[in-house]
Each structure stands twice: as C-alpha cells, then as structure tokens.
Design a protein around this ligand. Structure first.
Ligand code: CA
Length: 480
C-alpha cells in the first residue's frame, strides 16, 4: 500500500487487565483516521502465566479460549474479543499482523528425562560437561485444550536445548543429545551458534516439528483472518524453516501475506546475508538505522548527521526495510534497552515517516505512552502522519551535506495535487539550507507545519527556497 504505516500496538508495561483487545477495537476508527494502515499485535496465545507478555509461549493454539495455566484469557483478553477486534480493524481498512513466537516454548506440563550436555554460554559448540541424564521441562500435552485444533504432543526430542535441570536444580544451557540432534544451522553465529535463546528451544530440524509449525501457521492465519506476521527472534531459528513456513502459509493465504522478521543485530552484513538465504521473501526491521538514531540521540551535536542512513537496511534494501524508532525491546528497562532520547524522537519520526524508502512502524509507547504515562510525542506524530498522507509523494532529493543540518525534498506527484515537501533536521544550532523544490513551483509560498517556525519561504524562479530549522529540531515545509 502506498505510504502505508504500521503501528506496533503494545508496549512492555501494559496492565494485566484483559481489556487490551477491546481497547484496540475501540481505537480502530481513530487509527484509520490518523493514517495507520496496519497494526502489529502482541503474541495472542497462552503464555506460561496470565501476566506474560506472550513471549513466554506455552500453547500456540490457545488464543485465550481454554482454561490453562490458571486462566482462560491472556494478558490482553479472550479469543472472542481478539477476533472482534480484528474484524473491527478490517472494517477500517487496517491490516493485522500477529507476533509469531516460534523459537521456544515455556511452562511445560511435566518434566522428562533425557541425555544432554552443558555448553559454554559464550561458545555454544563447546561442551563443559560430559553427556548425562537430566530432567527438563519438555513435556507438553495441553490438558486444558484436550486435542482441540491439534493433537500434537511435545517431547524432549522436539527440542534442541533447554535451560534447567530439575534433578539437581541447576540452570545452564543444556544441549539435548539424541539421534541427528545438533544446534541448528542457518542461525546467527554470535556465541558460536545462537540457536538457543531461552526456555525449551524448538528443534526446527525435526520433521514432525516442521509439519506441526506449518500447520499452526496456516491454522492461526485462517482462524484470525490475519494479513501477515511479525516473526519473533528469527536469528535463533533455522532460516530455511522460515522460508518454508512462509511458503506454506502463503500457499494457503495468498502471496500478499505479509511478513517482517525481527533479526536483532546492528550489522548490515548479517541482515543482507539473511535476506539472501530466505530469497528476499521477508522484510526485516531496520535495526542498524535504530542504532544510528540511538547513537545520534546520545551524542547530540557531535554526531555527524550525514551518517544517519549509512549501513542501514533502508539504504541497502529500500523495499524490504521496516523502519522504526523504538519498540518493546528497546524501551527503557527491556532486554535490548537502547531507547532513543526524547529530543531526537521527532527528528527520527520525521525521517522515517516522510522519506520515500522503507515501511515505517510507529511504536505504541511513542504515540500513547508507557506505563500509563502520556507520551509527549503524540502531537508531532499526528502532524507527521498527516503530512505523510498529504505531502510525502514523488521523488526524493537528498541534502545530506552538513554534519549538523541535513534534509531532503519530496517532489510531489500528479496524483496528489499540492503534494511535495521539504524536510530539515538539526542536531546542532539553528540552521538553514537552500533546497530545490522544482522550477515549476516558482513563486509559491511555503510554510512550516510543525508550528516551530512562523516565517514563510517564497520559491524563487529557479525553484530554490531557503529553508530554516531550529537547533535540535525538525522543520517540515509544504506549499501554503
Ligand atoms: Ca532456536
């Protein structure tokens, strides 16, 4: 969709009140009005306890429907509310992407005894013990669901590793030993082999697992009428499984079934390599851009803004990059904390919402706030979202030619009369820049729409305008 905008509709600290699906349903019309075209919803299935955010996945087939783990609903609500919410979003022309947590399972129903060896957490291919029998939490039979939708039972041999031996009450990384068992190929090479992340790590080299997970992908996409998925923790999952999984789901749901993967690594080479391994069948979050913006927000005027888009995914693969500022993992207090400072957020959102390349994703915490505290950024986000729809059309001419003041021009196009814009970003002093908006626009009066600058700019006979920006801010200029 042209100029689509995704919203990550959750943050880490939402209350465990079971009212979130209802809240999102009630917000559908408003989201459509502000220009949101897709929503990424949190993991919607039963976790190891009710207050789990969904990443401690227990039963992928329990969407808040069965009495398991002491609760029918999840943190966010029950299955009926989930389905009603999705229906309402669809009525408002908003696509729905489910967060798919496939790397691991948590909260097993019982322990099993099997052979394993402890490995060095920093060198996962090196054993630090002889093989011995351990007692791990790997037995899942989902008694509360009683075979509804799937009669698959999980056992130790469906996993490649686990994090705890009940027999001696010892935590660690235990690689499970058995016929054909090894850490998976096609995963990130950090720590030697980054197959294992947490809990009981699913073995995507086991044929029964592959079939069951494909079956689930098709089931959940139909059951919830999904338009796509956000694939969690894919650097810990065999890349060929991801490719085959998406093929299976798309064969059933159509080739436009959307997918974006979370490959959390600040390294463009790893992202490029991953995309080639999955034959460019999935988008990825632009993690390097996030870290560039994080660094820029930390360093203030010492950061050279000409480097902001350097070695990013949106520069390397403009059509496969989901650009974002922050998310539930980077927000303060989370596992991958790297929250962009408040002063820089309007600049960061101005960049991703108004540039031609990338599929921007807005974080719930930045629009609505975290821990119930209102976000200071909602007003500027509303302005930028509106500007994206009205003005951010046509070709882009970059002016990344100064360490502290950079910008670009969007030319506008015929389908959107009056469109086109000039963006300036500053991380230093007040700045100005002569930018060319097109000879055909001579004599036009342009004004600044964030409300920061009152002066107007008259476009000269060559199509040039001298645009200004306040220190540490952004300015967005359009035809008056
Ligand atoms: Ca794994």
């Amino acid at each position: 969709m042209e100029n689509g905008v995704m919203m990550q509709y959750f943050e880490w600290n939402l209350p465990n009140d079971g009212k979130f699906w209802k809240k999102l349903k009630d917000d559908a019309e408003h989201l459509h009005k502000i220009g949101i075209t897709a929503v990424w919803i949190p993991p919607a299935y039963k976790g190891l306890k009710q207050e789990d955010e969904g990443y401690g996945t227990y039963d992928l087939y329990d969407l808040g429907e069965f009495d398991q783990k002491g609760t029918v609903r999840t943190k966010y609500g029950n299955k009926q509310e989930l389905q009603e919410m999705i229906e309402e979003l669809h009525k408002n022309q908003i696509s729905v992407y489910l967060d798919a947590v496939m790397n691991h399972k948590a909260g097993a129903d019982y322990t099993e005894k099997f052979m394993a060896k402890e490995v060095d957490p920093e060198k996962r291919e090196e054993s630090i013990s002889e093989p011995y029998e351990i007692e791990g939490w790997t037995g899942f039979d989902f008694p509360g669901r009683n075979n509804t939708y799937s009669d698959f039972k999980w056992h130790w041999y469906h996993f490649s590793g686990t994090d705890y031996n009940k027999a001696n009450d010892k935590k660690g990384i235990y690689q499970i030993i058995g016929e054909g068992k090894a850490w998976s190929e096609g995963v990130d090479n950090e720590n030697g082999n980054y197959d294992f992340l947490m809990f009981a790590d699913i073995d995507f080299d086991h044929p029964e697992v592959v079939e069951e997970m494909k079956k689930w992908g098709i089931w959940v996409s139909n059951e919830l009428n999904l338009d796509g998925m956000r694939l969690d923790a894919i650097k810990h999952i065999n890349d060929q499984f991801i490719k085959h999984f998406l093929e299976a789901v798309r064969n059933n749901r159509g080739n436009d079934f959307y997918a974006v993967g979370e490959y959390w690594k600040n390294d463009i080479d790893s992202l490029n390599e991953y995309l080639s391994h999955v034959q460019y069948k999935v988008d990825l979050f632009d993690v390097p851009l996030h870290y560039n913006m994080y660094t820029a927000s930390q360093q203030g005027r010492d950061y050279d803004l000409q480097n902001l888009l350097k070695d990013t995914l949106v520069t390397n693969h403009p059509d496969l990059a989901v650009t974002f500022v922050d998310n539930h993992d980077s927000q303060r207090g989370s596992s991958l904390e790297s929250q962009i400072k408040d002063w820089f957020k309007p600049i960061a959102y101005g960049l991703i919402l108004l540039m031609k390349n990338g599929y921007p994703c807005i974080f719930y915490g930045d629009y609505y706030g975290v821990k119930g505290k209102k976000s200071p950024h909602r007003l500027i986000l509303d302005i930028l979202l509106d500007a994206r729809q009205k003005y951010a059309h046509g070709e882009q001419q970059d002016y990344f030619d100064h360490p502290n003041t950079v910008g670009f021009v969007r030319s506008g196009d015929e389908e959107h009369p009056g469109s086109g814009l000039a963006l300036l970003l500053s991380n230093g002093d007040n700045g100005d820049k002569i930018m060319n908006v097109g000879k055909n626009r001579k004599g036009e009066i342009w004004h600044e729409i964030t409300g920061d600058i009152k002066d107007e700019v008259t476009i000269d006979e060559n199509g040039n305008g001298k645009f200004t920006v306040s220190g540490g801010k952004l300015s967005v200029w359009v035809k008056k």
